[in-house]
Design a protein around this ligand. Sequence first.
Ligand SMILES: Nc1ncnc2c1ncn2[C@@H]1O[C@H](COP(=O)(O)OP(=O)(O)OP(=O)(O)O)[C@@H](O)[C@H]1O
Ligand SMILES: [Mg+2]
Length: 814
Amino acid sequence: MARGQATILFRIYRSKNNVSRVGALSSNQCFHSAGRCDKWVLEKNQFGLTFDGRKREFSASLIDTVRFHLPSGNTRFIEFKARPFCSSVGNEGLVNNGTATKPKVEDVEQESGVNFVQGGEEEKVEVLDDYFDGSVISDSTMVESVHKNSNAVDSNQSARFLHLSTRDPVEVFGELRSTEKGAKINRSDFEVLREVFRFFSNSGWAANQALAVYIGKSFFPTAAGKFRSYFIKKCPDDVAQYLVWLGPSDDAVKFLFPIFVEFCIEEFPDEIKRFRAMIESADLTKPHTWFPFARVMKRKIIYHCGPTNSGKTYNALQRFMEAKKGIYCSPLRLLAMEVFDKVNALGVYCSLLTGQEKKLVPFSNHIACTVEMVSTDEMYDVAVIDEIQMMSDACRGYAWTRALLGLMADEIHLCGDPSVLDVVRKICSETGDELHEQHYERFKPLVVEAKTLLGDLRNVRSGDCVVAFSRREIFEVKMAIEKHTNHRCCVIYGALPPETRRQQANLFNDQDNEFDVLVASDAVGMGLNLNIRRVVFYSLSKYNGDKIIPVPGSQVKQIAGRAGRRGSIYPDGLTTTLNLDDLDYLIECLKQPFEVVKKVGLFPFFEQVELFAGQLSNYTFCQLLEKFGENCRLDGSYFLCRHDHIKKVANMLEKVQGLSLEDRFNFCFAPVNIRDPKAMYHLLRFASSYSKNAPVSIAMGMPKGSAKNDAELLDLETKHQVLSMYLWLSHQFKEEVFPYAKKAEAMATDIAELLGQSLTNANWKPESRQAGKPKLHQQREDGYDRPRSLIKSYENRKRQEKTSLPERTEKIPA
Ligand SMILES: Nc1ncnc2c1ncn2[C@@H]1O[C@H](COP(=O)(O)OP(=O)(O)OP(=O)(O)O)[C@@H](O)[C@H]1O
Ligand SMILES: [Mg+2]
C-alpha cells in the first residue's frame, strides 16, 4: 500500500450476550440491543471499525454519516452512501443487512491528505478479522450531518465544545443517570432546548434509526417525549450549552440520538423486546432459505432471454415435452390451456391445473398450470416458468419468485425479456444453482410505419390489431370501424373469460370469415397465438386506477411485438399509431432498452402471517396485513407485493363472524374484481355461508340469451366472474361446502359462449362500470370519438428538440 493510504477495515466483535442484530450500526455509533460496544481504531494509517457479532458482512446501507477524528485532530467526513435502516418508502419495510454495499468515501482525501482506498470494485466491503491488535485511539466517534461544513462552524465555539461532541454517549448517559438535578437553565435557553427536542421528536431520520434498537415508529414519539423530560431534568450545564449552540438542527438530533438509544435500552426493555419479536416474525429476508428441499438440489437454470416472438417458449417447451416429468407454469389461464391443448395434441399426456379447473389426464406425467398453483413439494425433471419478467410485477410478482426459489426440478427453464436477468443471476448465486443464459433475437425485426392512420380509423386494414386501453374505447373503435368500413372486428379485453378470448382469437386467426380486424386491450400482450400483421395503437395513454398516464415503454414494446409471427401468414411485423401525435412516443418506447429490474416481488405465506398475528392481539385481519407491510424486513433484491386488493376484501369480510385467520387469508386471494359491487356482494355471501358451514349456493340465474346491449354484456361478464370465483373457492376449500362446482362449471361454459356471440353482434355504445372515471375523448361529428393525446405535449417538447420528421419506416431491431 502506498504511503499515506488507508484501507477501511471492519472488525467484528461478538457482543457479550451474543446478540447480533440487523442495523447494529447507527449513524455514528455501533449499537446492538445489549448496548453500545464498538470503537473506531486507527493504526498505521488504517482505519477500522469494531462491530458486534461474528465475522460477517454488514450493510453500509445502514450507515448514514460517520465523522471521526484522526490523531492530528482534523475532523474528517466519511460518507457512506446512506440509506436509513428502515426505508419509509413504499412497501419496502425494513432493509436487511444481508448484503454489504460499497461505501462511498467523499472529500476525505482532499481534506485529510490521507488517501482512502476501498477494497476493489465489487459491491462487498471487505471484512477483515485479523487486522487489529485492539489498539483503540479513542471513543472519538460523533454524529455530524454530512451536509454541514465544518468551516461554517465558529471555530472558537467548536473548540469549546469539542470535548462534548466527541464524548462517548454511554458516558454522557451515565452522567445524566447519576445526576439528581441538572443545571439551572435560563428561560431563553430553555426555549431553545424545547425546540431542539421538538425537532428531535419530529425527525424522520431519528425515527428510522431508532428501529435499529427496536423502537417502533408508533412508540418513537412517546419514547422521545420521555427522553426530553429526563434529559432536561438532568442535563449538565455544558451539554445544555452545547445543545443551545447547535439549536434545532440535524447536528443536535445526531448528537442526541446515541444518548437517546442508551436511554431507551435502559427505560423500555419490554417495549424493545415486544417490538423485536414482532419484527422478527415479519422477517422476509433470505427467502431462498424458505425452500430447504429445493436448496439441497443442484438445479440447472436456463434463462431463455429475448424479446417477444423470438422462440423462447417454443424452445423451453421442447425440453418440457422430452422430459419424463415436467411442469409448465403460465402467467395466464389462457396460456396454460393453450399449452395443455398443444402438448396433448402432440401425444404427450398433460394435465391442467389452474385456480378454477383441474383436468387430470390419466397416465400423465406433465402438467400445465398457472404460476400461482405450482407445487413446491413435487419433484420434476423439467420445469418451465414463462414470462419470468413478471417477477417484478407489483401485485403478482411473488408467485414467480416463489416458483423460481421453490421448484424442485433438475432443470428449470425461464422464458422472458432481459429485465430480470440481473436479479436472477443474483438469486442463483444465493441458491447455488447453475445458471445458463440463452439469448434470442426476434425472428424478423419489427417495422414502424411512420405514416400512421392519420387519425382516421377508415385506414385500418385486414390483419390489423387496434389496441386501446379501456373497455369503452374498445367498443367505440369496434363500432366506428364496422360503421365506416367493410371490416368486422373481434374483441379481446381483460374482463372476458379465457374461453371467450380464445374464441375471439380463433375467429380473428381464421382466414375464412369476415372478422379480419382485432380490437384489443393490453390483454393481447401476452399468451395468445395471434396472426397480427400490424399493431395500431389507438392511443398511448391509459387510466391507471388513479389518473391517466402514458403507457409504460415495456408494455408498449410487449404489445407491439405481437405483430408478425413465425409460421403465420404475417411473418413480418408492423406497428404504428392512429395519430401522428403519438408516433414519436411509440418509436421511443420501442428503442428503449429493457429496463433493468432491481427488485422482485415477495408475499408472506399464511404461516408467516400467522406467526406475526401471534405477536399482536385485537387487530383485524386487514390491520394485521397493514402492520405486516409496515414492519416486514426484506433483502435488497425484494419488495413486498402490493396488497390493497387483498386488504379491500379483508375489510369487507371483517363483519363475517366465525372465519379462521387461514380462511380469511384464503378468501382474500379469490379472483374478484373489487370495483364490481355485484361480484363483491357474491364473495361476501359465499364467505358468510362458508362461515356457517352451510352449503354455499350459486344463487344466480342463467341469462336467457346473448346480450342485446352493453348493460347485458356487463352482466354476462360479472356472472362469469362470479362463477369463476365459486370454482376457485371450491378448489381452495372443502368441496362439501361448495357442492355446486359442476353446475357452476357448466354455467360458466355457457356464459362464455354467450359472451362470444354477444361480442360478434355487439354494435352498441358502451357503458362504464364506474361512473366518474375520466374520459379520454372528444366527440367528433363523423361518428367516432378520437382520443385526446396526452402524448402530444410530450411530443411537442420532443419536436422542439428535433427539427426533422422521422423516416418513413424505421426498423427496430428488438
Ligand atoms: N424453431 C421453431 N420452429 C417452428 N416454429 C417456431 C420455432 N420457434 C418458434 N416458433 C413459433 O414462433 C412463434 C413465436 O415463438 P414463441 O411463442 O416461442 O416466442 P416467444 O419468444 O416465447 O414470444 P412471446 O413473447 O410471445 O412469449 C410461435 O408460434 C412458435 O410456435
Ligand atoms: Mg413466450
